[in-house]
Design a protein around this ligand. Sequence first.
Ligand SMILES: C[S@@+](CC[C@H](N)C(=O)[O-])C[C@H]1O[C@@H](n2cnc3c(N)ncnc32)[C@H](O)[C@@H]1O
Length: 149
Amino acid sequence: MELTLYQPDIPQNTGTILRMAACLGVSVHIVEPCGFVLDDKRMRRAGMDYLQDVDLTRHNSWATYQDSRKGRQVLLSTKAEVSYVDFRFEPGDSLILGRESAGVPDDVHNAVDARLLIPMAGEARSLNIAVAAAMVLGEALRQTGGFEK
Ligand SMILES: C[S@@+](CC[C@H](N)C(=O)[O-])C[C@H]1O[C@@H](n2cnc3c(N)ncnc32)[C@H](O)[C@@H]1O
């Protein structure tokens, strides 16, 4: 199981996700460009000393990222129709999160193997990206035995 951040915008969110990934032993891929430099002090503050333990790979573009991946690409999207709790995860899945400001473009949305929604109440627009990542990663690890280390 791995996490992919598509062109992240907000350094504190990325730091929080990187800290979670270090704590749970999950690799992270960042598809650039980011909306900040990757040693941003706000990101380092959120990620704390956990950042040194993250297995992090940076990719120059979506195309180079896609060429490098073998497992299924599973997009978390507010436009998806399938709830993540109804999805059968596999250990090799990459969970892709869109950018905070705009999600992902149509070509990314159309290229992935699956698109998952976290159902929300009423007219809510979206969850914070780090919260969304934690919810779906937790379920994916639970299903695939990822907590049995
Ligand atoms: C702040 S949201 C992006 C909001 C953006 N305006 C949009 O509609 O995609 C950042 C990312 O968190 C994830 N996310 C947030 N809420 C979600 C939800 N309810 N279901 C699935 N993914 C969600 C998605 O990957 C999304 O691209």
